[in-house]
Design a protein around this ligand. Sequence first.
Ligand code: FE2
Length: 239
Amino acid sequence: MERICDLHGHFLPGMDDGCKTPEEAVQVLQCSYRQGVRRVFATPHYYPVEPVEAFLQRRTEAVQRLEAYIQSQGVQDIPQILLGAEVAYRPGLGYEENIEKLCLGNSRYLLLEMPFSRWGKAEEREVRNLGVTGGVIPILAHIERYFDYQDKRTLAGILEQDVLVQMNAEALLDPAVRRQALKLVKRGIVQLLGTDCHNMTDRAPNLDKALAFLQKKKMADAISQIIYYSEEVCGEAMG
Ligand SMILES: [Fe+2]
């Protein structure tokens, strides 16, 4: 359990709708650490209305402020913080000059938030283009939010490309979607779990409970796969 990293989190204060203060961010980080998580990616939302360089500058400043607070308070027992972004889909994203700078750490993995609509040929082409022109490997964020209303063939066309699929831990815990989420894991569609944590109230870190649920369902292979890909992404990010 301790090897797993959380590659989806909104805890950098002031960056987006996630944590508001360094105190809250530290609580979130300590909570993750208590669950056995030793590395976390800060993945603030990136929207294409902002130049990439300006976003990166804001992110650097946010992480420096947080680290200064951590130092000044002598905070211990928090995971190592790695940098990334949750990049909102837009047509032509694969042609974005600095796209690789939004990847998770030094890796080629890009956490991608797909549009909340029915995907078609344009989205399929765009995802392919991210790999071909952009040179990145998209990780489709929180797949459970889209699955229900997609055209099966288009979805299959996207999933058969060089992509990874992330599910929010919450999907395995929420009784309303748990059964569907479990099906996606059983079908091998999901390689990565993330928390998408935002705070310590309604969107707190919960990887431990999600993994415990998979364990209870005797899904050791799925857990191994999730840990394998988690290490893969983390390893590349730190390389
Ligand atoms: Fe997110």
